[in-house]
Design a protein around this ligand. Structure first.
Ligand code: ZN
Length: 501
């Protein structure tokens, strides 16, 4: 089966054929490091992490490059406000960004170039554009001559002649002194140094690169041209990506990115997220009260290209859905590890095996169709329901346990392909109240300091007491655990305990 993806430039889904068989080269624009990232940015990075993980699962060797824009007007402004250097501000928020990405379960890129460390490649590219007649220098500034690249506007679906009326948009973005440009559409490749700003020596005097040229230089250097997929949030399609493409194709005379992919915007309670509306949410603040897997579940329940509506209610629903899967997996683990020797086989192995195979097929079909994660999650939920039904009210034989474990592993694997990591039992034990250790010392002679072990010791002591009809001890264990928030359920396979919920 072929993966199909929606290509922004072609405005339709196309078959994805990598340039080099078995390999995928991807470039996704990274953050400008002047602040902690908000959850709208996080959606972009989580979307492309999902896409990357799926390509890897499908067997592609993916090279993923993501830059850090660590010199920029916003960084300089913040540094001036705080009496620090731009480099200090950039270093602080680069580190914070990497920490936020790790906290959100986003894989590190293979290469994470920083703009300030790639200045020679940018100067070389600007010079190449000047030499080719695509750029010109005015008093230390260098501008790209937009009309020298006839395909300009083709990525974002704009007509260059209709942009004349819209050039205010370009004028307002602080790209430089408007009266220096030959054409209002032209944009800065290199900006002459102003006092107090970070600057580098260049053939045009000291200055710093424009934003767009950074990505053109870094993607060329680390991936070569053309590369397979260029990604980013849909707000970057114009002018940033349009400009990256114009510069790169004008300079090198070949295709820049073979495919363009853009993730949709995020809204809060159906409103655009903005500082003025007071609904601006930073990723790290959301993760203070939300499990990363629940945030990802919420995000992947909407197709990556569609607008995503973020709300506390939807987050709670996503968390509940995640908890249902976790409980199902724990239940399967418990049933399998408490399988009864010599018991009759009660699970229809052929039927369950077919359901697992069908779920994997449905998952791959959904993801092959432009990374339809909501449909892929649907396939996983269906399988969870089927496995739950197959084992309900049953004591498993050893053979059953094997079949059930295969199904359980399938659920965990497919979720991990989407980047949703289930909490393991270790985490469950970590949530137990520490008082259970003292209770186990009292009633079960437990001498350790591990809450999970303490609960196991208490259950063993209770089982022994019940066998000996020592009801005082058996009831004492049950009541002591209940007082700490545990529930004991007696099943044909022995007692099992749950905490909370
Ligand atoms: Zn970029």
């Amino acid at each position: 089966m072929t993966i199909r993806l929606y290509d922004t430039k072609l405005r339709r889904k196309v078959d994805f054929t990598p340039l080099v068989e078995g390999k995928v080269s991807m470039y996704v624009c990274g953050p400008t490091v002047y602040n902690r990232i908000h959850i709208g940015n996080a959606r972009t990075f989580i979307s492309f992490d999902m896409i990357r993980r799926y390509l890897q699962w499908r067997g592609f060797d993916v090279t993923f490059v993501q830059n850090v824009t660590d010199v920029d007007d916003k960084i300089i402004k913040r540094a001036n406000e705080e009496g620090r250097t731009a480099a200090e501000v950039a270093a602080e928020y680069t580190e914070a960004f990497i920490g936020d990405m790790h906290a959100a379960g986003v894989q590190d890129p293979d290469v994470r170039p920083k703009a300030t460390e790639e200045i020679p490649a940018m100067i070389e590219l600007v010079q190449r554009l000047i030499d080719g007649g695509h750029a010109y220098e005015v008093d230390g500034d260098v501008y790209f001559a937009v009309r020298s690249y006839p395909a300009y506007g083709g990525l974002s679906g704009r007509n260059i002649d209709e942009m004349e009326g819209g050039h205010r948009e370009l004028r307002a973005d602080g790209q430089g002194l408007e009266d220096r440009k030959r054409d209002p559409l032209d944009f800065a490749l290199w900006k002459a140094a102003k006092p107090g700003e970070p600057s580098w020596e260049s053939p045009w005097g000291s200055g710093r690169p424009g934003w767009h040229i950074e990505c053109s230089a870094m993607s060329h250097k680390y991936l070569g041209l053309p590369f397979d997929i260029h990604g980013g949030g849909s707000d970057l399609a114009f002018p940033h990506h349009e400009n990256e493409r114009a510069q790169s194709e004008a300079a090198w005379g070949c295709t820049f990115a073979n495919h363009w992919m853009h993730s949709g915007m995020l809204q809060i309670n159906a409103e655009k997220m903005s500082k003025s509306l007071g609904n601006f949410m930073l990723l790290y603040e959301v993760l203070e009260t939300t499990r990363p897997a629940a945030l990802r579940m919420l995000m992947l329940q909407t197709h990556y290209r569609s607008p995503l509506d973020f709300s506390e209610d939807r987050l709670a629903e996503a968390d509940a859905a995640l908890t249902r899967i976790e409980n199902a997996v724990r239940n399967l683990d418990w049933l399998a590890s408490n399988a009864v020797d010599g018991a009759p086989d009660v699970v229809d192995a052929a039927a369950l095996g077919a359901q697992v195979a069908a779920a994997r097929e449905a998952f791959a079909q959904a993801m092959d169709d432009d990374f339809n994660a909501p449909a892929a999650l649907g396939a996983i939920f269906t399988l969870v329901g089927e496995v739950n039904a197959a084992v309900a009210d049953k004591s498993l034989s050893v053979a059953d346990a094997e079949v059930v474990t295969t199904a359980r592993d399938g659920i965990v694997e497919l979720l991990a392909v989407l980047g949703i990591q289930l909490e393991d039992d270790q985490d469950e034990g970590a949530a137990y109240p520490p008082e259970v250790i003292a209770l186990a010392a009292d009633l079960a002679g437990y001498g350790g300091a591990d809450a999970m072990e303490a609960v196991e010791a208490l259950l063993e002591a209770r089982a022994l007491a019940r066998k000996e009809k020592n009801w005082a001890v058996a009831d004492g264990v049950r009541d002591g655990l209940a007082a700490l928030g545990f529930t004991i359920e007696d099943t044909p396979q022995g007692a099992r305990v749950s905490y909370g919920a």
